[in-house]
Design a protein around this ligand. Structure first.
Ligand SMILES: [Zn+2]
Length: 392
């Protein structure tokens, strides 16, 4: 079914719903107080099955391609030739010039294997690797991890990412390695970014000109009680952290990253997902202001910032030199187009194509062209150039 068919279907569905609503209105005029006419307290539909169609007759902007060329600074790629081919065709269809693909390994052999998938398209993909933090809790850790990083760099890794610390420390794989670099490994207890054991690796990133993409903490509602007051309950419940004891908390993780960036001013850090501060962009702005080697990507948080679109527009204008575009998802043209529509247009009350995870409608941020150009591409190029210029 193509997009046009889908729209026709939506229009037909809408028309039949309107007719039904009018019929009902005739049967039970507004203000009818008959108890039998009252809606049942029990909704028959589960929220997770809710796929709303906007009823509003408001301007709809069709965005087929991004307005300017895009570099996706946050992508996890595909682990088969078919998936890489699909990615390329989605990129072509929507105007994505290049994607940074995070190869989920710090082991040089595994990195070498993964890079063969992408080697035919050096202009379209750039590969970043992980740290190999195996043995971080054992004496003698350090030189081996630095050597592995140098080796991955020699094999073509141009940056580091996506590192994670959701409270247990940076990812350390334990037990058997997963079958594919694309699969998540079982994670043990690692070291937080500001742990001195990691210092030699941050320093080596600066020396090799490798920027670092790092995800710390998670959205604030994953820490809040899972009750009727939780503003993100429908999504938070799946990612909940409130029931996991012993994790370093939300604020402490943000502070750990800021301390690390201050301690390593020559290393460039890109905090993933607005540093998980999409609920408090003022605080993110303050952190960016005092940390010149820190940037933030906007990946996978479109719905969170779209619901506060006027405030986000102001924030993005103010910090337009420090934000980069990213997706975090495997491409479907529909998802990409929905992201571009959110950033570029002033459309009201629409829903993401191919995806619903947040149970509220989207509103366009209506960003000016100068900001779009920077966020889509120029800031990414600036980060890559800046990292490489300071290498040596
Ligand atoms: Zn990611």
């Amino acid at each position: 079914m193509n997009r046009r068919d889908l729209m026709m279907l939506s229009a037909a569905t809408l028309a039949s719903r309107m007719a039904f609503a009018q019929q009902q209105a005739q049967i039970s005029p507004a203000g009818a107080s008959d108890a039998a006419e009252q809606p049942s307290a029990e909704l028959p539909l589960k929220l997770q099955d809710w796929r709303p169609t906007s009823i509003y007759k408001v301007p709809v902007t069709q965005v087929e391609k991004a307005k300017y060329p895009v570099i996706d600074m946050h992508n996890h790629g595909g682990d088969t030739p078919e998936k890489v081919r699909d990615m390329l065709s989605s990129m072509d269809a929507t105007g994505v010039e290049k994607a940074i693909v995070f190869i989920n390994t710090g082991k040089p052999e595994a990195f070498a294997q993964a890079r063969t998938l992408y080697s035919g398209h050096p202009d379209r993909f750039e590969l970043w690797c992980h740290f190999d933090l195996t043995g971080v809790n054992e004496p003698g850790f350090g030189p081996g991890a630095v050597k592995a990083l140098e080796e991955c760099h020699r094999l073509g890794a141009k940056g580091i990412g996506e590192l994670h610390d959701k409270g247990k420390g940076l990812d350390v794989s334990v037990g058997t390695e997963p079958a594919s670099w694309h699969e998540p490994a079982a994670h043990g207890v690692g070291a937080h970014p500001d742990d001195p054991r990691i210092d030699p690796l941050w320093a080596k990133c600066a020396e090799l000109g490798m920027p670092v993409s790092i995800h710390v903490t998670d959205p604030i509602w994953t820490y809040l009680p899972m009750d009727s007051h939780n503003d993100g309950y429908m999504t938070a419940f799946h990612w909940r952290l409130d029931d996991k004891p012993g994790l370093l908390g939300h604020d402490a993780l943000i502070e750990s990253l800021e301390r690390t960036a201050n301690k390593h001013p020559k290393t460039i850090f890109i905090a993933c997902h607005f540093l998980n501060l999409s609920y408090d962009l003022t605080r993110l702005g303050q952190i960016l202001d005092r940390t010149p080697n820190l940037y933030a990507d906007i990946a996978a948080r479109m719905a969170e910032v779209s619901t506060i679109h006027r405030f986000t527009n102001q924030f993005m204008q103010k910090h337009q030199d420090r934000l980069v575009f990213g997706t975090d998802f495997f491409y479907s043209p529909g998802e990409l187009r929905s992201s571009f529509r959110t950033l570029e247009t002033a459309d009201d009350h629409f829903y993401y194509e191919d995806y619903i995870d947040y149970f509220w409608p989207m509103y366009g941020l209506d960003l000016p062209d100068t900001v779009l150009k920077k966020v889509y591409r120029d800031n990414a190029l600036q980060i890559l150039q800046r990292a490489r210029a300071s290498a040596g």
